[in-house]
Design a protein around this ligand. Structure first.
Ligand code: GDP
Ligand code: MN
Length: 383
């Protein structure tokens, strides 16, 4: 889960990374006060979880609090669109931050290298622009430093890497310190990405994080309840945000056949079968093991919130999950929701017979195999 820039900076600051002073605002007045507190010289930055903010017009430098407040007022409530995020995102908050005098811009990040199964620190003298661009145009300008999982980073390794990245002599010592802080922050906060772009080198000879991007591993979020509220706006899709609130494993897709199954593998098989039958899955949804009626109901509701859905396939293989519980959940959901699309259910395994008996005579069409279920729902949905 991506954290906002201001949250990322707070986190990194607590690990000793120098960051500019700043305050968030959700209206022009608060922005003015924040800008005045900085003497008018400031940067106003949209707090949206998308790349290419600067180019999208979400970052602007000011030397008067009046103008900063005016810009903040215009920015809040506006939709920012970037190349990385063509759908755009609405700005709800801005960060009013101390204006850093920048002589040079460097790049630093920590991420997991899945190929070597190790953390890797990426260091470049070419900061400020998109790192993908640097990787493409000038791959030799990015130095990669592997973090050994057994003994971490030795100081000499970090110093060598910083030198290899051609970070100028006077900035090297601070850069080494920053890298060690980033790795510590990454590990202790269960990060999956920590990035500073740009690392600003000031004319006075100080290294400071002018931007910051931290993303936390979602599977570790239970250890970081302080970010619970961010969860909602971290999802790009409102349905996925709703799924997070409901605690359902859900991925929105572009098709129109809603899919519910138990177990990720079975759900993916169901998606393949729907495709093979000529349909397009509208989502991935795993109800999880041992699903009770209440939960199945919540899953059906979620699927149907997607207005593109014109047919629903339910594929349950009962093990711990009892088929009759699932059937009850389906019926309960349908009794409260006004469902006027076809629904096909395949229930197999524990208590399958009871399940099919419960569904008999209802609007739900039964099927005995996954293939049959997929063919039926596609035929009914596109009829
Ligand atoms: P991003 O586009 O989302 O990565 O936003 P950034 O925070 O990285 O800002 C984009 C660019 O604005 C940076 O690369 C800098 O060139 C510039 N910028 C941001 N903050 C400052 C600042 O405090 N001082 C100066 N001089 N430039 C800044
Ligand atoms: Mn940036």
């Amino acid at each position: 889960m991506k954290l906002h820039e201001y949250q990322s900076k707070d986190l990194l600051e607590s690990y000793g990374v120098p960051v500019p002073k700043g305050r968030t605002a959700t209206d022009a007045d608060t922005a003015r006060q924040a800008a005045e507190a900085l003497g008018g010289k400031c940067v106003v930055k949209a707090q949206v979880l998308m790349g290419g903010r600067g180019k999208a017009g979400g970052v602007k430098l000011f030397d008067s609090a009046e103008e900063a407040a005016k810009f903040a007022g215009e920015l809040i409530g506006k939709r920012l669109v970037s190349i990385q995020n063509p759908d755009g995102m609405i700005v709800e908050k801005v960060l009013v931050s101390e204006l850093v005098d920048i002589a040079e811009e460097y790049y630093l990040s920590v991420l997991l290298d899945r190929a070597t199964q190790q953390l890797v620190v990426m260091i470049s003298k070419e900061g400020g622009m998109e790192i993908e661009q640097v990787a493409h145009d000038k791959p030799e300008a990015i130095v990669r430093l592997q973090v050994n999982p057994a003994w971490g980073l030795a100081d000499f390794e970090v110093r060598d890497a910083v030198r290899a990245a051609k970070i100028p002599g006077p900035a090297q010592r601070q850069m080494v310190g920053m890298i060690k802080s980033l790795v510590k922050a990454y590990i202790e906060s269960d990060g999956d990405l920590v990035e500073i772009n740009p690392v600003a080198w000031t004319p006075e000879g100080k290294l400071i994080a002018a931007d910051a991007k931290v993303s936390i591993d979602e599977n570790a979020l239970f250890r970081h309840p302080e970010y619970d509220e961010t969860k909602d706006d971290a999802a790009d899709d409102p349905l996925e945000a709703e799924a997070t609130r409901r605690g359902i494993a859900f991925v929105k897709l572009d098709g129109d056949i809603g899919i519910i199954g138990n177990g990720a593998g079975l759900v993916m098989c169901s998606m393949d079968e729907v495709k093979a039958a000529g349909g397009q899955p509208a989502n991935f949804l795993d109800v999880g093991g041992g699903a009770q009626a209440e939960r199945v109901k919540s899953c059906v509701e979620l699927c149907l919130m997607n207005k593109s859905v014109r047919g629903l396939l339910i594929n349950i293989f009962g093990g711990i999950t009892r088929g009759d519980e699932v059937a009850k959940g389906i019926l309960e959901a349908f009794s409260t929701l006004d469902v006027n699309i076809p629904v096909v259910a395949r229930v197999e395994g524990t208590a399958a017979e009871e399940a099919l008996k419960l569904l008999e005579g209802t609007q739900i069409v039964g099927a005995s195999t996954m293939q049959e279920a997929a063919q039926k729902i596609v035929a009914l949905a596109y009829a």
